[in-house]
Unconditional design. Sequence first.
Length: 277
Amino acid sequence: MAGLQQLRKRLKSIRATGQLAEAMRTAATIKYSRVSKVREEFTPYASGSADMLSLLGRFGICREADRISPKNCLVLFGSNRGLCGGFNAELFRFMDRVLAAEDETPHIISCSRKASAYLREHSLAYEEFILSDVPDYEETHALCEHLKKLYTTGAVNRVRLIYQNYRNMLSQEPTDRQILPDPESHKTANPDGILYLPSPAAIGARLALTCLNNEVFAAALDNASGAQAATLMAMRSACDSATESAAKLETTINRRRQADVTASVIEIASGNLQQGE
């Protein structure tokens, strides 16, 4: 049975862990609020640009190469840090299934530190475009320039995003979303007789990359929202567990101390009685 000194050391350790979890919970709450605000403001804009690209149809991003590689490009998201419950584990199990279904070894791009660690663990070649915990539009712009080049030069056949689609604080859904070629690109442009000046092709050339960036940025925001929500919930649970464990240990220490005092009193009383005899 542990002595009082050992119990006090354990209590000190539990309290320190609880303070660390509380600090991480606070940081995750701030980041979640920031990402949620950007996501809420950006979603209508992203939806509008996607509709616009759909209207442009085949005048979106076009290939410039005659020869096209059969391999796909998979852009894998995830979180930069751990301590976010099963957020990364669930996404990477989904990635395992995606990889198993590929006929050719895909061209993989990692967008997070945990994704890079997963790919190294599986000995898979990859490129890195690490995004911050709260993604910035300019960050995804550089990634989209690279994705466009891979696609237009025929280095890859399709470009797909593998990320956690945010539903709510408690739920995210692993998602495989194709962004190139645009699933709507087979449609004929201007089905409603809209007047484009100077032409659909000219407008498409100007807007296609912006619309592509909007789709990637929207996915990055979804993934980041899920990551911060998962971290927040995990740290909240850790704080509650630390508080509960500390309370139980304090009760044990108080009972042990009371028992030691009682034993000492009994010992002194017994000694006095023996002296009196």
